[in-house]
Each structure stands twice: as structure tokens, then as C-alpha cells.
Design a protein around this ligand. Structure first.
Ligand code: FAD
Ligand code: SF4
Ligand code: SF4
Length: 377
């Protein structure tokens, strides 16, 4: 009789060895057997469990995404392109000093500061730089410290590993800043219904980031070397609207790298990703790439409100004067939906090319209406 694979063996065979691992960290710190090394997830010891949480929570193992969507969101809000939409605006932090320290409009940091100050969450997990390009999830308990970890780094952060780590004492509710794959892992944790798994009850908020890709550390390091940008001097990075370049910021210079060269550094797992707007978050935030004055729009975000929890937080931040919103131009939502649909079509084509069959969609299910809509047969 064929021996049944353990959950860890299945994770290795169907995710890690298939280059499908997004590096989200959801399988780390659940046990001592799996760790993050550089930007890779590594299995240190064997585990026999056949019902391991690592496999269940991984965003790259098969799950009923339709059921997850319908259990976490109002089905009347669901759109095929970008998931649930209760509201869609342009937003920015009212405090210009905060904006100066953040990636775009500072919406993410302003929302976290509001949620902590108002007691909706007791701590927040954000991404922080460890050494060089290596990031890790960081638990922030003092809202004043959130600004230190603002801005985007386009290498992966295994943020969910920090959520899995046992807290000291009763840490109360936690908010997590998550890329789309990380928001999916958290949604799987919320809906898995595993007896005795109480950690998820501490999840008070998920702020999602729009995400096109992350960069594989070694390849990105080589690119930085090529352009003579020392990692230690790298203070930020961004992709300005309509320019097809990645800008790398140091104190003394801005270096432009053509996007074709950046594309060669994209983590392989991201090519199979169908979510660009963090569809499983309470609120999702991205760059605002519209309008005539591109430079002005760099100081704004697009925000999608998805859940009641997300709507309540946005309303609170507006009432307190911490956030400003503008109606988004009519074309903005259509443009966002088109870009999101294009990512789904491309990723599904890549999945079929990898599996060599439209009947094997790796971690996705063929009967999901969203998959059906965008799968080109
Ligand atoms: C890998 C990546 C890809 C992205 N791709 C796009 C895109 O294609 N289109 C788009 O519109 N927007 C994209 N974004 C989002 C965008 O860069 C901004 O994060 C977003 O507009 C919010 O801006 P802000 O000023 O509110 O953020 P801030 O207030 O500066 O807060 C940013 C938050 O992101 C966290 N963070 C930084 N790096 C990471 C990381 N690697 N993983 C997880 N969390 C992180 C920080 O800890 C901080 O909490 C991407 C972000 C990342 C991290
Ligand atoms: S995608 Fe996330 S949960 Fe899955 S193997 Fe990679 S790090 Fe672990
Ligand atoms: S593109 Fe998808 S898989 Fe890659 S980091 Fe972003 S959300 Fe995760």
C-alpha cells in the first residue's frame, strides 16, 4: 500500500519544490520544524502529522476560495476582478509629516495609528528590514513606532510568521499589514475551523497592499550591484506611473532601472498569483496612478473598503481628521479592475503552462466562478 504523505511532505512536494512558495510565512512558527532562511522557507526536521496547519494555511494549497469569499464578505459586494468592494476612494494621511515618511499617501500607517490609538487593535504586525534585503514581520506595540517601518520594500517579508509566534501574555487584538497572498493565508486561518486553534481570534484587522510581484533576493542583489547601489544606502524604491522604471532612492541619488531588468528578478511564485489587490483584507491600499498631475498623485493612495470592520475604521479615521479622502475619478475604478483582470488572465495562463492541463490549476479550483471567468480554454 502506498504510504500517505504527511502535510509537511505535501507542502514540500506541491509548493516548495514547485517554486510556488510566496514566502508569506504562514507555515512558519507553527512548530519548530519550518523556518525562514534568507527569503526561502526551509524544512529542518521531518514531521508525520497528516493534518498539519502548515498545509492548511498555505495560500498555495488548494482551497475553496468561493466559500472563503462568501463567508468573510457580503456577497452583494463581490466583484470578479477585485473581490468585495463596499467603497472605493483616493485617500491620504492628513499629517504631511507622516506622508513624508511613507510610500505614497501614508494611508496604511495612518489607519494603523488610528486603530491602535482607538483601541481597535493592541499591536500591529508590519514588515521591517532585518539585515540588508532580508525582511521580517515585526510586532509594533507603540503607535509612535509605526512610522519607522513605513514605505515599501519589494523583497518578500514573511510577515505571517510573526503572527504565528506565541505572544508574551495576553497581547489582545493584532492588526496585520499583508500582501494579497498573506491576506489569503490569514483568510484560510479564519475559515479553517480547526479544533483548539484559538490564535486566529486575536486577528483584529487586515490591511492589504496592492501587489504586482516581489523580487527574489539574490537576483535583486545582483541588480543592485550592477547599478552600483549599495544595499546599506537603499532608503526606498517605487515604480512611478507610466514610466516603466523602478526608482531606487539613496540619500545622494535616484537610480532608474528599466522594468525589463527588474522583471528578471521577480520571484517565480508571483507569476502564478491571481490577486493584485489583496481581496481577502478588510481594506486594501495601493498607489494612485491617475490624474493629470502624476507627481501630486504620488502622495495619494487608492483604497478599497471590503468589510464592515474596514468601513468602521475608515469612518473613524475620517471623523478624527487623521485621513482625507477624495472621490476617485470615474475611470480609476475601471482601470483598476482591468489591470486586476489582466493579472488573473496572465497568471491562469502561466498555471496551465506549468501544469500542462487546464484541468490542473495547482492551488486554484476550476469550478470557482472567478477562475472560470478568466481562464482562457
Ligand atoms: C511587494 C510590494 C508590491 C507592491 N506592488 C504594488 C503594485 O503593483 N501596485 C500598487 O498600486 N501598489 C503596490 N504596492 C503597494 C504600495 O507600494 C504601497 O505599499 C501602498 O500604496 C501603501 O502606501 P502607503 O503610503 O499607505 O504605505 P505606508 O504608510 O508607507 O505603509 C507601508 C506598509 O507596508 C509594509 N511593507 C513594506 N514592505 C512590505 C513587504 N515587502 N511586504 C509586506 N509589507 C510591507 C510596511 O511595513 C508598512 O506597514 C506594493 C507593495 C509591496 C510591499
Ligand atoms: S507560501 Fe507561505 S505557507 Fe506556503 S510554503 Fe511558502 S511560506 Fe509556507
Ligand atoms: S504577487 Fe502575489 S504571490 Fe507574489 S508577493 Fe504579491 S501577493 Fe504574494
Amino acid at each position: 500500500m502506498k504510504k500517505r504523505l504527511s502535510s509537511q511532505q505535501k507542502l514540500k512536494k506541491y509548493v516548495l519544490e514547485q517554486n510556488l512558495c510566496t514566502g508569506c510565512g504562514a507555515c512558519v512558527n507553527l512548530c519548530p520544524y519550518q523556518v525562514v532562511h534568507s527569503d526561502r522557507t526551509v524544512q529542518l526536521f521531518d514531521c508525520d502529522l497528516t493534518d498539519g496547519k502548515c498545509y492548511t494555511f498555505c495560500p498555495r494549497t488548494s482551497a475553496d476560495h468561493k466559500k472563503i469569499r462568501e463567508s468573510l464578505f457580503d456577497i452583494n459586494d463581490l466583484t470578479p476582478e477585485i473581490g468585495a468592494v463596499k467603497g472605493y476612494y483616493l485617500s491620504r494621511a492628513a499629517d504631511s509629516q507622516l506622508r513624508a515618511r511613507t510610500q505614497h499617501g501614508g494611508t496604511v500607517t495612518a489607519l494603523l495609528e488610528t486603530a491602535m490609538a482607538e483601541g481597535l487593535i493592541n499591536s500591529a504586525i508590519v514588515a521591517s528590514l532585518g539585515d540588508a534585503l532580508e525582511q521580517e514581520g515585526r510586532v509594533v506595540e507603540n503607535p509612535a513606532d509605526l512610522r519607522d517601518w513605513a514605505k515599501s520594500r519589494f523583497t518578500v517579508s514573511p510577515t505571517i510568521a510573526a503572527f504565528n509566534r506565541p505572544p508574551d501574555g495576553n497581547a489582545g487584538k493584532v492588526g496585520v499589514v499583508a500582501t494579497p497572498c498573506q491576506a489569503l493565508a490569514l483568510a484560510k486561518m479564519r475559515t479553517a475551523n480547526i479544533s483548539g486553534y484559538t490564535k486566529i481570534e486575536s486577528l483584529g484587522l487586515v490591511i492589504g497592499l496592492f501587489c504586482g510581484w516581489t523580487l527574489a533576493r539574490e537576483r535583486f542583489q545582483a541588480l543592485l550591484n550592477k547599478y552600483h547601489v549599495p544595499v546599506a544606502a537603499l532608503g526606498g524604491m517605487d515604480i512611478p506611473a507610466g514610466k516603466n522604471i523602478l526608482e531606487l532612492y539613496t540619500d545622494s541619488a535616484v537610480t532608474d532601472v528599466p522594468i525589463t531588468e527588474v522583471d528578471a528578478c521577480v520571484r517565480t511564485a508571483c507569476r502564478y498569483c491571481v490577486d493584485s489587490t489583496a481581496e481577502f483584507a478588510d481594506l486594501s491600499v495601493g498607489a494612485a496612478r491617475f490624474g493629470v498631475d502624476v507627481n501630486e498623485m504620488r502622495g495619494w493612495n487608492q483604497i478599497i473598503v471590503r468589510s464592515v470592520r474596514g468601513r468602521n475604521l475608515l469612518e473613524l479615521a475620517l471623523k478624527k481628521g487623521i485621513l482625507e479622502v477624495r472621490e476617485a475619478p470615474a475611470a480609476a475604478l475601471a482601470e483598476l479592475k482591468k489591470a486586476a483582470a489582466d493579472k488573473k488572465i496572465k497568471a491562469l495562463a502561466n498555471i496551465v503552462e506549468k501544469s500542462r492541463s487546464a484541468k490542473n490549476l495547482l492551488y486554484l479550483k476550476g469550478d470557482d466562478p472567478v477562475v472560470k471567468k478568466y481562464l482562457k480554454r
